[in-house]
Write a protein that binds this ligand. Structure first.
Ligand code: ADP
Ligand code: MG
Length: 212
């Protein structure tokens, strides 16, 4: 069993202090099993049930990979619904509250596109969004993905169930081959396995059955 202290990870003091202020005293099982690999830059395919702390698992690693001095989209997190995307953004902002130079933008359908375009024009580091709106803004040339370092597919099983496979593949085709790709899912059907094989490089596979 791996060490569950956040201080065992190569994180900055502001990151560790933010975790303490959130009351995150130790890593949940999925965090302890994925964060060491994610922080090394490895591709990961992870399965754990709802409520197991998957957002912070990829969120901590995403924040760690951002260069705040470069205002380009360095991380993209795809989520099946607007509500989930907004929750991820909110968690990322909490985790980054002692890293005030990092900007997070949410790009979702069902909301006016104008402010989303303006936010991209201002410059941002991390985009959290639903596949349809992300693809839309990319095809309008408002979202550049050529500097992307990290791609996260959250609730990948649900995105595939909702019929997003084709648009997700289209988005991924616009990103650099050198990116890190992590796939988080509550279940692991064959379709997730196939997607992992087509978009990841030697992924570390993690499955957490029980919580903590
Ligand atoms: P999942 O995406 O796996 O369904 P979430 O990321 O939404 O789970 O996390 C579920 C809850 O656990 C959230 O309220 C979150 O703030 C909390 N949480 C996450 N990591 C920790 C931790 N290390 N210690 C305590 N609470 C945590
Ligand atoms: Mg989640």
């Amino acid at each position: 069993m791996s060490d569950t202290a956040f201080s065992s990870l190569p994180l900055s003091q502001p990151q560790l202090d933010a975790l303490t202020s959130l009351g995150y005293d130790s890593m949940t099982a999925i965090q302890a099993e994925t964060l060491p690999w994610l922080l090394k830059g490895r591709d990961v395919v992870a399965q754990a049930k709802t409520g197991s702390g998957k957002t912070a698992a990829f969120g901590i690693s995403v924040l760690n990979s951002i260069n705040p001095r470069f205002f380009g989209v360095q991380a993209l997190i795809l989520s099946p619904t607007r509500e989930l995307a907004e929750q991820i953004t909110s968690e990322l902002r909490k985790l980054a509250r002692l890293m005030p130079n990092i900007k997070v933008t949410t790009l979702c359908g069902g909301k006016p596109i104008g402010p989303q375009i303006a936010s991209l024009e201002h410059g941002t580091h991390i985009v959290v969004g639903t596949p349809g709106r992300v693809n839309d803004l990319h095809s309008k040339n408002c979202l550049k993905l050529d500097q992307l370092k990290v791609l996260i597919l959250d609730e990948a099983d649900r995105m595939l169930d909702m019929g997003f496979a084709e648009v997700i593949h289209h988005i991924i085709d616009q990103t650099p081959e050198s990116r890190q790709t992590a796939l988080f899912s509550a279940t692991y059907p064959d379709t997730i396995q196939q997607m992992s094989e087509s978009i990841q490089k030697s992924p570390v596979s993690v499955k957490v059955i029980s919580e903590h």
